[in-house]
Design a protein around this ligand. Sequence first.
Ligand code: ATP
Length: 152
Amino acid sequence: NWLDISRFDVTSVVRELSDVLGKTFERDIRVHAGNTSVYMRGDKEKIRQLLLILIDNALKYSKEPIDVRIRNQKNGIKLEVTDYGIGVSEADIPHMFQRFYRVDEARHRTTGGSGLGLSIAKKIIDVHEGSVEVYSKPGNGTTVSIQLPRKI
Ligand code: ATP
């Protein structure tokens, strides 16, 4: 099957990945997670890939430290990646998750990328029956906020 379901601690996935990416790209990735584990049932590798796509974007489109938040909620889990970079205009937000969509081509000549990342992220969110919201202001930064149920 395409999915490999198990029960795992999302907090440790976030911490491990942030640690590796922070060291690799020599950037400050601040994890806000509290002390408790946050367990869910889902595809651990796909959740890791989802976080990688969001953190990679946050690093690519900003220069400041970034914040990754993980919170246990009544009806599931919230994952948030916030950067303080170039941001996305309101008009572009609805298109960001489309395949090959990239905001303002010229801006990307130096950063590269195919515009596939977020369309893959959306697929991973969908198979976990989650949802995503983007809050952004050009010049101020972007928050991608994901809600996931505790099990699928
Ligand atoms: P790749 O497929 O290599 O990730 P990409 O970053 O261009 O390339 P997506 O991750 O799908 O592709 O993102 C689509 C577009 O959304 C980006 O090209 C960029 O314009 C915009 N975008 C995504 N994340 C951010 C962010 N954190 N800040 C500003 N713009 C963003």
